[in-house]
Design a binder for this molecule. Structure first.
Ligand code: ZN
Length: 348
């Protein structure tokens, strides 16, 4: 089969690999569609280490090609979606309720990080009964793809932000994860959603997904503007969806005492500085909550239900479509962020 792999730091390519075999609890999925993620760009840049000939990708849907001997309740040929995080649901961290940290720090993230990812004609999924999720007939592959990471991660950002019903929230960054954090905040009943973003098509999209006010940080100081919009008090919750020092700091500065700062951004590089005054010298009663999406069947079923009942349509985020054979072009586009890209889709 054909696979799209990381060759070295900054280098990618296609190669032939054998179709993987399932262990007793596992499944092999035949790919039908995938989305390219900024995390793939970070990975190729060496964010998680050097992975020679490791298949990239973790946002995929497909059909069941093969099942392990012990797997029950699934059938060959079923259309399925698999979360980017595929925990074992057996280890101490999973049983403590932190499935994203399965068997160790960020250990639920197995695709590319621990084994081959999903940018291949076939891919392996561990613990299939918990992680391989049938897609209802009424949901297209295009929509179901968003449950695998963008909705799962973005909604987690909103869930972790502890937004009071009718409360105020600022979301920094309106890439696909930030947009889904905006949509999640709306679904959770935020009273005022402030989206910080400068790119026009992302501002448009943010409004579509529920932002009440757009703050363009290239035109105004975002912290001052958020304070102005909240009578000088600050927001109940802030969501960091970029992974930059400046936005992390602004989340702390733009929140009121007792607020929650929910981090979903991928912070590569240096340790982030906390602005001490906005932190109340350590006594502001503000909480920073970090997380990685939980994965698993129940989470996926909830996300699919939101699409099925019309609460959200994530498909407008698919700005570009490529054949799988053009995965290198799609990855380049995700890296350059040119042509107003939000999400490039690969079709197998
Ligand atoms: Zn992703």
């Amino acid at each position: 089969m054909k696979a799209f792999v990381m060759k070295d730091i900054g280098k990618v390519g296609f190669m032939e690999k054998p179709i993987p075999e399932p262990g007793p609890d596992d499944a092999i999925i035949k790919s039908t569609a995938a989305l390219v993620c900024t995390s793939d760009v970070h990975t190729v840049g060496g964010g998680l280490g050097v992975f020679v000939d490791r298949t990239l990708g973790h946002e995929s849907v497909g059909t069941i090609y093969k099942l392990g001997s012990a797997v029950k309740g699934l059938e060959i040929g079923q259309r399925v979606a698999i979360n980017a995080v595929t925990p074992c649901f057996k280890c101490d961290n999973c049983l403590s309720g932190y499935t994203s940290q399965c068997q160790g720090l960020m250990g639920g993230y197995k695709f590319t990080f621990q084994k081959d990812g999903t940018f291949a004609e076939y891919f392996h999924v561990n613990d299939a009964e918990a992680n391989v999720v049938p897609i209802p007939d009424s949901i297209s592959d295009d929509a179901a793809l968003y449950t695998t990471d963008m909705m799962s991660t973005g909604f987690m950002g909103a869930e972790h932000a502890n937004i009071p019903l009718g409360g105020t929230v600022a979301i920094f960054g309106q890439g696909s994860v930030g947009l889904m954090a905006t949509a999640g905040a709306k679904l959770l009943g935020a009273g005022l959603i402030i989206a910080v973003e400068s790119i026009p098509n992302r501002q448009e999209m943010a409004k579509r997904f529920g932002a009440d006010v757009i703050v363009d940080y290239t035109k105004v100081d975002p912290v001052e503007e958020i304070l102005r919009l909240t009578n000088g008090i600050g927001v109940d919750s802030a969501i960091e969806a970029l992974g930059l020092q400046v936005t992390f700091e602004n989340c702390i500065k733009a929140t009121k005492p007792g607020a929650t700062i929910s981090n979903v951004g991928y912070h590569s590089g240096e340790f982030r500085q906390i602005p001490n005054l906005a932190w109340g010298l350590g006594m502001s009663e503000k909480t920073i909550r970090t997380g990685l999406c939980t994965g698993g069947k129940v989470r996926m079923q909830r996300l699919l239900r939101l699409i099925e009942t019309g609460k959200i349509d994530p498909t407008p985020m698919t700005t570009h479509r490529f054949k799988f054979e053009e995965a290198d072009k799609a990855l380049d586009l995700m890296k350059s962020k040119e042509d107003n890209v939000i999400k490039p889709m690969l079709i197998f």
